[in-house]
Design a protein around this ligand. Structure first.
Ligand SMILES: [Zn+2]
Length: 384
């Protein structure tokens, strides 16, 4: 009997361990696939609680499989503070032609010393990895002879969905982003062919979101209810206050605008107590223009644009903002502002098709329908 007792205890202990392992597997835990890519461990699920404090950690997150059976992998960097605190998520690459966010997030991460931090900063790059590979906005999916999918219209995704991008979004949202964020910045620029000011879309009726937006020394903020399917909208619905930032134009690093967002992001980290230091320049210091509506100027003809204003010019009603010529050089259209506001977004490509946006002018619309959430932007323009 005296022999049996320790065995019984050992059995009880091992089954308790097994139960514990099963129970924790159902919760968010960091899952290592066992693969190493370019010296980085591959994970298929992350819980920053599992990581050693006071250090930076580098991983590849295993996204969806391609038709070849291989996976898309996303670079992930975690600065895990020595002390506990808020968890801030910095995202880039939801659109593959928007590059300044990569530079801005890398510059923020380079400034962090986890030994002096309270909380965690999670940087995720190349979220739409195949779009990044082509420097294109949309994810090229193989089905039906090839199709292009805007990853910023499918969030929160669906791990059991009927397309690879939807499944990818589901994996990234459920296993990487949502379980590890108290606040988030989803960083974008204008898409190819367009150009933006230093701009933020924010749900300004939500105090925690407003507080973050006003910490950026940028040019413009739009109070905006958000589009369905954007990462910002999905994260906010999950209870994570989030901004969509626009760091100017696509495809290159904007040396004027990136520093504004680095400073603003560091302000957000200070605001939430993750890093120490005094708050830098803010929207109040930068005299940021805040509006709640866009006045779209749309091409009525095909032809070539001569812009008469630039970013972020102030315009008044009736002011000519662009003229358009045909291939003979004849003027086919003149465009005017309908509002007093500031130019936010421009069509930089000289040629334009009818119906497309020449520009968006940010202004304040006193219509009660535009408060407190802001007037929705028209869907389908893909400016963000
Ligand atoms: Zn974008």
């Amino acid at each position: 009997m005296h022999i049996m007792k320790p065995i019984a205890q050992a059995l009880a202990a091992s089954s308790a361990t097994a139960v514990l392992l099963l129970a924790t597997a159902a919760n968010a835990q960091t899952v290592y696939t066992g693969d190493i890519i370019q010296g980085k461990q591959v994970i298929s699920q992350l819980d920053v609680k599992d990581l050693e404090p006071g250090k930076k950690h580098h991983f590849f997150f295993q996204g969806v499989q391609m038709g070849s059976g291989q996976h898309w992998y996303l670079p992930v960097v975690v600065a895990k503070g020595a002390k506990p605190g808020k968890r801030i998520l910095l995202i880039s690459g939801v659109h593959g032609d928007e590059l300044s966010p990569v530079d801005a997030v890398q510059r923020v991460m380079a400034q962090l010393d986890p030994a002096k931090m309270s909380g965690t900063v999670l940087a995720v790059y190349d979220v739409s990895r195949p779009a990044m590979e082509g420097t294109t906005r949309k994810w090229p999916a193989a089905q039906q002879g090839g199709t292009l999918i805007d990853l910023n219209r499918v969030w929160p995704g669906n791990e059991d969905g009927n397309s690879a991008p939807a499944r990818h979004a589901g994996l990234v949202f459920n296993r990487l982003l949502k379980p590890n964020a108290d606040y988030a910045l989803d960083n974008h620029t204008a898409g190819t062919g367009g150009d933006f000011t230093a701009f933020i879309f924010a749900k300004m009726d939500q105090p925690e979101i407003r507080a973050m937006a006003e910490l950026f020394p940028i040019e413009q903020i739009k109070n905006d209810p958000g589009y369905a399917g954007t990462l910002e909208t999905a994260l906010v619905k999950a209870g994570i206050p989030t901004l969509t930032t626009e760091l100017g134009g696509p495809r290159s690093f904007d040396r004027r605008i990136v520093p504004m967002f680095v400073e603003g992001t560091l302000n957000v980290l200070k605001h939430h107590g993750v890093i120490e230091g005094s708050i830098g320049r803010t929207a109040a210091v930068a005299d940021t223009f805040i509006g709640n509506a866009f006045s779209p100027v749309r091409a009525t003809h095909g032809g070539f644009l001569e812009l008469k204003v630039d970013l972020p010019d102030t315009v008044v009603p009736g002011q000519q903002v662009a003229i358009q010529r045909n291939s003979f050089g004849e003027i086919v259209a003149e465009y005017h502002s309908e509002v007093t506001g500031q130019v936010s977004w421009l069509h930089r490509d000289a040629m334009i098709e009818p119906g497309r946006l020449v520009m968006e002018i940010l202004y304040y619309n006193p219509d009660p329908a535009c408060e407190p959430e802001g007037c929705p932007s028209e869907a389908g323009d893909y400016i963000e």
